[in-house]
Ligand binder design. Structure first.
Ligand code: ZN
Length: 503
């Protein structure tokens, strides 16, 4: 068995691993590279899609599913196996991404025409784009703000103006024909009898329907962790534990650190909401559309039920997040077992104070609320989305609060606000940051260092298992590698496209 990684090798995004045995190839995930330093890698897959026989998808995050339409465009003819919610969520994510890419592409085209109208025509820009690098903006494909395109804080699009369109909605629809969402947890499934290929997935506890995968071909086996979840979250189960394999590929996103507990983070959230709403202000929560938003809604409902939530208006101002929440409601069997009873009798996201705003006009109406509102909208790092409009209307008022519940990458507007910038630019306008700024860490969807070690430690026959560290920044992976060495784990960090032989 040989394994090559064409993404998430010494980086966090672009998860994509190919397992080869004699004349058959199985891919685990086909994710998009994200972020300014990585996205140029998207234009070149690095392998021939025609040579891949099967794809196993661990979960629906863009950095795990976002290159699937390119795989199909490139000639992949096989089936894509995953769980039912992974298929339903990945469908939304890929369609949303195709839409954003088209908006960015059109916007960039116009910019180039405006910038140098005498030298360029629409036609030759289109031609020149064919050989250039690709770009997708924004960390979690949030979309549908008041205007059409993704904008940075100054109202300008940061996209590479030479960007090529990686795929369109038609390519996504063609990809959907390849999906076979029949995998179930703890149920081994033979995907190829001739080559003796079996797949067994278990709950990764990361987002709805997420899994880690054990792939067996003949007498060799490898486990791929996908992304492992932070334990004790409200909706998804805690991760299951691996049994044994010849090779284990484990994500290391937070291999260097520990999270605050979820229980403490909930208390922190409630305190900020009470203080702000009772003090005559609004609360802004920039949020990822998938899982994070549902976690927040769930917790707000808990506060409501316990009588701790002050009377307020809650706005979920993201069509994508609303659609994703609907998919959660269609898959109650994937909820935590201990919460299932509560779920079957109630909609866990339904709060009397909640208004979902799909239309732009409804979204604009939110501006009329100068106090008593909790506004949840994308994007999580303020790289685009409807939240930018709410910043403009709320950030200058000292009565208001903004709460960051996710990681803020370097170079994003979210990061600048967290680091204390006193003035920001939104849509070309300077806005003072007079609102209180908070960061709450315990809502992360990723396992921390302690949990990753706990998961690894469940492996049987550890001395015979080779560990490979993926899906992490170089320095964090080195820290994790050293941390697990005294525990008897001999880990290796593979490079992009490096061929690993599983003995
Ligand atoms: Zn993920």
């Amino acid at each position: 068995m040989k394994i090559q990684s064409f993404g998430a090798a010494k980086t966090v995004t672009g998860s994509c691993h190919i397992v080869k045995e004699s004349d058959v190839s199985v891919m685990i995930d086909c994710g998009l590279f994200q972020g300014k330093d990585e996205e140029s890698k998207n234009s070149n897959l690095g392998f021939n899609p025609e040579e891949i026989d099967y794809l196993i998808l661990t979960h629906a995050h863009l950095d795990h599913c976002g290159r699937i339409p390119m795989l199909i465009k490139g000639g992949f003819k096989g089936k894509i196996y995953c769980t039912k919610p992974t298929f339903q969520l990945a469908r939304l994510i890929m369609l949303d991404t195709a839409k954003i890419m088209l908006e960015d592409y059109k916007h960039n085209l116009k910019r180039r025409l405006r910038y140098n109208p005498k030298k360029t025509t629409e036609e030759n820009i289109l031609n020149s784009n064919k050989s250039n690098s690709a770009h997708i903006k924004n960390e979690t494909h949030q979309n549908n703000h008041h205007n059409t395109h993704n904008t940075n804080e100054s109202g300008k699009n940061e996209s590479n103006t030479n960007a090529e369109l990686l795929y369109n909605e038609i390519d996504v629809f063609e990809s959907l024909d390849h999906f076979n969402p029949i995998l179930a947890y703890n149920t081994p499934f033979v995907i190829d009898e001739k080559h003796n290929i079996a797949v067994e997935i278990q709950d990764a506890g990361h987002i709805l329907g997420s899994s880690f995968v054990k792939l067996t071909i003949g007498d060799k086996s490898a486990i791929f962790s996908g992304d492992l979840g932070n334990k004790n979250k409200p909706i998804v189960n805690n991760f299951s534990y691996p049994d044994e394999a010849d090779a284990v590929y484990i994500e290391t996103t937070y291999g260097d650190r520990m999270h605050k507990s979820f229980a403490d983070s909930k208390v922190e959230l409630l305190n900020i909401i009470q203080k702000t709403i009772n003090g005559g202000g609004n609360v802004l929560i920039p949020s990822y559309a998938m899982e994070r938003t549902q976690d927040i809604l769930y917790v707000l409902k808990e506060f409501y039920k316990s009588g701790e939530l002050p009377k307020c208006k809650i706005f979920l101002d993201s069509p994508l997040a609303i659609n994703i929440t609907d998919i959660f409601l269609r898959n109650p069997e994937y909820f935590r077992k201990d919460e299932l009873q509560l779920f079957t009798n109630n909609n866990p996201f339904e709060i009397p104070y909640l208004t979902e705003t799909r239309d732009i006009e409804e979204s604009k109406e939110i501006n009329k609320f100068s106090e008593g509102a909790i506004i949840i909208a994308g994007s999580g790092m303020l790289t685009g989305g409807r939240m930018l409009h709410h910043l403009k209307h709320n950030l200058w008022r000292k009565e208001n609060s903004i709460i960051f519940i996710g990681y803020q990458a370097r170079g994003t507007l979210g990061r600048r606000i967290v680091e204390g910038d006193k003035t920001i630019k939104v849509f070309g306008e300077h806005i003072d940051v007079n609102a209180s700024v908070y960061t709450i860490n315990g809502f992360s969807s990723h396992a921390d260092q302690k949990e990753l070690i706990e998961w690894l430690s469940a492996l049987k026959n550890q001395s015979k298992t080779k560990i490979y560290l993926i899906h992490g920044d170089d320095d964090k992976m080195e820290i994790f590698k050293e941390k697990i060495k005294p525990l008897g784990f001999n880990a290796y960090i593979p490079s992009y496209a490096e061929e690993i032989t599983v003995e």
